[in-house]
Design a protein around this ligand. Structure first.
Ligand code: ADP
Ligand code: MG
Length: 266
């Protein structure tokens, strides 16, 4: 069993505080959804969890199985078992997907899994199950691929590395309905039907849409507004947001009263 404990996390980017004390606990086999309006700080949260250098931590702690992650370089957090599927995956020219995975597996001491033949064999089936052409494994990571392919490649990396806790930042963006179902079901299987003798994946899923959550079956849904979690509930909260929007959770001053077009010229 693993446990990611985020306590009082405060962070800034470009000299401006974005997160004002976030508390969250994600355990093995649990799915926690984080929803919130654009600019609320959702991607900032994911970046800070993995230690992106542009984001300054102002306070709080992030512990994985009791070990403080803040202050560790990103690769050590990843080897410790934390995974991020970023909202906008980075292009890595010249480095094939399979090479990235082999290196990551070796860093985790999984030398047998990193063997090129073993890796190709294992990943071919996985790639097929999420609708990814196996040929993509030999291509440079995220170079010349569509948004949907990138999200599938992120999912493939998640499956291959089998982290303890995964942060998924809008894994559903850019995927068509069928692709979304394939990817979501694969992640759900990692959570709810892990290989025998292993704990289920814990997931922190940042999303705007209920469709992903319908497959992932969240244990809790949290609303992040202006860098604070203002409400937590069950899956019903995500359904309510989809129906009614965030208006009820925004400070009154932030509820738009003018047309967005006015602002373009304001
Ligand atoms: P969300 O993912 O909830 O839409 P973000 O965490 O991406 O929101 O952004 C929160 C705020 O921080 C926004 O105002 C955004 O412009 C700002 N921000 C995020 N990343 C950076 C960055 N690298 N440099 C400057 N500002 C940033
Ligand atoms: Mg974002």
């Amino acid at each position: 069993m693993s446990e990611l404990v985020i306590e009082g996390l405060r962070a800034a980017v470009a000299g401006r505080e974005i997160l004002f004390g976030v508390d969250l606990v994600v355990r093995s086999g649990e799915v926690h959804a984080v929803m919130g309006p654009n600019g609320a700080g959702k991607s900032t949260l994911s970046a800070v969890l993995l230690g992106h250098r542009d984001y300054a931590v102002l306070g709080g702690s992030v512990r994985l199985d009791g070990r403080e992650l803040l202050g560790l370089p990103t690769w050590e957090r990843a080897v410790a078992g934390l995974f991020l599927a970023p909202q906008e995956p980075t292009e890595v020219p010249g480095v094939p997907v399979a090479a990235v995975l082999a290196e990551a597996l070796r860093a985790r001491g999984r030398v047998d899994d990193a063997d090129p033949d073993a890796l190709t064999r294992r990943l071919a089936g996985e790639a097929e199950s999420i609708g990814l052409a196996p040929g993509l494994l030999g291509r440079p990571l995220n170079v010349g691929t569509s948004g949907g392919e990138r999200k599938r490649v992120e999912t493939l990396q998640l499956v291959a590395l089998a982290p303890r806790i995964a942060v998924l930042d809008e894994l559903d963006s850019g995927l068509d309905v069928d692709a979304l179902r394939q990817v979501a079901r694969r992640v759900a299987a990692a959570v709810h039907e892990p290989p025998p003798g292993t704990p289920g994946l814990g997931v922190l899923a940042i999303t705007h849409y209920n469709r992903l959550l319908a497959e992932l079956r969240p244990d809790a849904v949290h609303l992040l507004v202006n860098g604070r979690i203002v409400q937590s509930g069950d899956a019903g909260l995500a359904a309510e947001i989809e129906r009614s929007g965030y208006g009820a959770y925004l400070p009154e001053s932030a509820v738009p009263t003018r047309s967005a077009l006015d602002d373009l010229f304001g």
